[in-house]
Unconditional design. Structure first.
Length: 502
């Protein structure tokens, strides 16, 4: 099954300020009807709630639309999107429309699953205490935050009972208000909950939260967790105990955000989950690593999904893929000019994306791309945030830490695992900037340094690949060298780009 995660406030960014109506949601639901998405997961919060709550501050609690963009609720922000999202949320409230309820009911009418998603410790822009995304509770009570203060790991401290109570009460309130088919606890937004160094010791506190939530809602819940069981344990997420106690209905496994992980050990999660469905999260990231920047393409999505299904996944969750069920988006949200996809193509791409990731056998016959995967939860959340945000932080971090397996760039000899799954009956292409000898499944290949695309590649519909305009020349890999499952690529020198195009 395909699960689509509808962010808690992305729906408010798109229309002009104050103009949103149910027509905007009807258009999204009409697009949903033309996909194979089986479950719509509607987000209800970030650090604040998108509905009026007794337990968590609502986006609208301090907002006054008549004051325009220069008002206390925006904390000095002059970003158009910041005003637009709140003005639209206020407009819906004035019309008596609850977008969460509307979308959930719309999904049900289409015969799709209708879930809600609760982010368990969202801390967007944790480096700026004055940011308008922060709740007053977080801003005014630093004693409730995780100690240490590194942005990204300075959300609420779950070792404090008042924080655990707040989230349990909020989740129960949302469940009673909307009566969804299920509740997804998103432990990957953001994966830091307990004081650093005490996560395993205090893991029982997070188990207590899941237990209390299940008691309040009356059934097991879905949980989104890191890519590997080891990473989950290290964060205090004792999934084995949750499953043993019957607290989990579905397991969603994947990375935080930095790199889509093509190497999710689904088989390890299946061993823990028993009969519980295991779903791999496809994060619509805008980069494949710190140094290999490119938009996550349809071919990438196919490659990740094919690898997940090959290893036993029961479904794919599409996360942070804001635009493809909608269509046009405001100019100031086109990733500051970095989005290479014309807006008019959004729905066309969405239809392909949401209709091709459901069937493993069909995926195996379509053009796809595979990267080495790496687990970004192996890096402390505070460090990961700073690596992405602060120039030079990665270089300093590497002086005292070991890179996660599969992370690039790398200057030392390495064997990379690429989950090619079921390989097609034709040659493949290796794309890499590796220096020195390179071997594919033990066969040495000569890697060139020219730029461009061979004619044969053009003929095989690879135009949307990120090397279509610039990148190392693809190197042909004879089909006889390939085998189902994993392809091993050995490099000896510097490498910052490596993928196989099937």
């Amino acid at each position: 099954m395909l699960y689509f995660d509808e962010d808690s406030d992305a729906r408010f960014f798109m229309p002009e300020a104050g103009t949103i109506t149910t027509d905007d949601f009807d258009a999204m639901l009409a697009n949903l009807a033309r996909t194979q998405i089986g479950c719509l997961i509607v987000g209800v919060n970030a650090q604040m709630s998108n509905f009026r709550s007794k337990f968590v501050e609502c986006y609208l609690d301090s907002f006054d639309v008549t004051k325009g963009i220069r008002q206390p609720a925006l904390r000095g922000s002059r970003e158009k999107w910041a005003f637009r999202r709140l003005a639209n949320l206020a407009a819906l409230e004035a019309q008596g429309i609850d977008s969460n309820a509307y979308l959930l009911e719309g999904a049900r009418k289409l015969g799709r699953g209708a879930w809600i998603d609760v982010r368990m410790n969202d801390i967007h822009n944790g480096h700026d205490e004055n940011d308008c995304l922060h709740a007053s509770l977080w801003r005014e009570h630093p004693e409730l935050r995780l100690p240490g203060g590194l942005p990204g790991a300075n959300g609420y401290d779950y070792s404090r009972k008042e924080i655990r109570d707040m989230y349990v009460n909020y989740i129960a309130e949302a469940d009673e208000k909307y009566r969804p088919d299920n509740v997804l606890l998103d432990w990957m937004r953001w994966p830091a909950f307990l004081p650093r160094g005490r996560e395993i010791e205090l893991a029982g506190l997070l188990t207590e939260v899941v237990e209390r939530v299940c008691e309040r809602v009356g059934h097991p819940v879905a949980c989104r967790v890191p890519a590997t069981p080891e990473s989950a344990r290290n964060l205090g997420l004792d999934v084995e105990t949750w499953v043993r106690k019957g607290l989990v209905s579905h397991l969603f496994a994947g990375n935080f955000t930095v790199s889509p992980d093509f190497d999710i050990p689904v088989e390890q999660w299946k061993a823990i989950a028993k009969d519980i469905p295991v779903v791999v999260t496809f994060f619509a990231s805008w980069e494949s690593g710190f140094n290999d920047m490119h938009t996550f393409t349809i071919e990438d999505a196919r490659g990740l999904a094919a690898a997940a299904y090959w290893r036993g996944a029961d479904g794919i969750q599409i996360f942070n893929c804001f635009k493809y069920l909608r269509g046009d988006i405001p100019d100031d949200l086109v990733l500051r000019g970095q989005d290479p996809c014309p807006q008019r193509e959004n729905q066309r791409i969405g239809r392909r994306l949401f209709n091709e990731l459901q069937d493993p056998e069909a995926l195996y016959s379509l053009p796809r791309r595979i990267y080495p995967g790496w687990n970004d939860s192996e890096i402390y959340m505070g460090d990961l945030n700073e690596i992405c945000r602060v120039a030079g932080y990665l270089e300093n971090w590497r002086k005292t830490h070991k890179d996660p397996e599969g992370m690039m760039p790398r200057d030392t000899p390495c064997v990379w695992k690429l989950w090619t799954a079921k390989v097609p009956p034709h040659d493949a292409w290796l794309v890499t900037d590796a220096e020195g000898p390179v071997k594919v499944n033990g066969h040495e290949v000569e890697v060139g340094s020219a730029f461009g695309i061979p004619e044969e590649t053009n003929q095989r519909d690879r135009r949307s690949m990120h090397f279509r305009t610039m990148g190392p020349d693809p190197v042909r890999i004879p089909k006889e060298w390939l085998k189902d499952g994993v392809t091993l690529v050995e490099t000896t020198g510097h490498v910052s780009t490596l993928c196989i195009d099937l």
